[in-house]
Ligand binder design. Structure first.
Ligand code: SF4
Length: 276
């Protein structure tokens, strides 16, 4: 009989909420997806927490999820504050969009940020790079990817003969999550329309997504970075190449070879586009 423990179950709940799996759970992914499906079928909602006794759970126990009694529902609709920006949808340039959301307080991250980290680079770029959320250095400077991960991103771009002037860089979430927490789906829902508007205004030919969050934001669940990394996906007709986040590479240097393959693919597509 297949056995799981509470830790895997809790990771399943986090996964259902839109977080990506820690590496040590990747090998349990099929089991976790099975559990998540059960949750989706049962309540079609986000599970915030479930009380679990500290015992091992087997397949028989899983069947009891048909009658969940202690899942607390969470309202994930954005809370619109009085400072909500009303006219950003009508903006026609990146600068206008930037200005129009500069006072945004749509979500809790607005309360603790120093600066909104809107985006950086060439607004006419054919390549757009999308990360997850600003960190401490980005929050201080208002510029995306300026810390160690940013320096690594610069080197990656340099390796394929590009610089920041050749690309436009943005994050899914524009304000720093306290403690550099990885944003969940609940976290990024209020901010995601801004990213989609940025994509519309930049109108890139290729998007490079970094890490799990932009993948989840643009494609939804079912597109996991470990499975689709390096594949050519399509978002509104735009070619998307997903790869690992540079911050992940700093912790896992062995993954650099994968990223190198992915960005070489991006370079090839870019050269093809330029030669037409
Ligand atoms: S994270 Fe996005 S939605 Fe939240 S306050 Fe900042 S700009 Fe607004």
């Amino acid at each position: 009989m297949q056995k799981i423990n509470n830790k895997i179950l809790l990771e399943s709940i986090k996964f259902a909420e839109g977080e990506f799996l820690p590496l040590q759970f990747i090998e349990k992914q099929e089991l976790i997806e099975e559990i998540v499906q059960k949750f989706d079928t049962l309540n079609n909602a986000q599970a915030e927490k479930i009380k679990l006794s500290d015992i091992e759970i087997d397949d028989d126990t899983l069947l009891h999820f048909d009658e969940p009694t202690e899942i607390i529902q969470e309202d994930i609709s954005p809370q619109v504050s009085e400072k909500t920006i009303s006219n950003w949808q009508e903006t026609t340039t990146i600068d206008e969009l930037n200005n129009s959301i500069s006072g945004c307080m749509l979500c809790k991250f607005g309360e603790t940020r120093t600066n909104i980290v809107f985006g950086d680079g060439n607004p006419n770029a054919e390549i757009m790079i999308i990360g997850e959320a600003p960190g401490k250095n980005e929050d201080q400077s208002g510029i995306p990817f300026v810390g160690d991960a940013g320096k690594l991103l610069d080197k990656i771009l340099e390796a394929i003969h590009l610089s920041r002037q050749d690309v436009y860089i943005a994050n899914v979430v524009k304000c720093r999550p306290p403690g550099n927490k990885t944003p969940t789906e609940v976290d990024f829902i209020p901010c995601l329309p801004y990213l989609k508007k940025q994509i519309e205004l930049i109108s890139p030919k290729i998007i490079l997504t970094l890490g799990a969050v932009p993948l989840l934001a643009l494609f939804g669940k079912g597109y996991q970075i470990t499975k689709v990394r390096g594949q050519e996906l399509k978002y509104n007709g735009i070619t998307v190449i997903p790869t690992f986040h540079p911050a992940y590479l700093l912790r896992n240097p062995n993954a650099k070879r994968d990223v190198w393959e992915d960005v070489q693919k991006l370079e090839k597509i870019y050269q093809n586009i330029k030669s037409k």
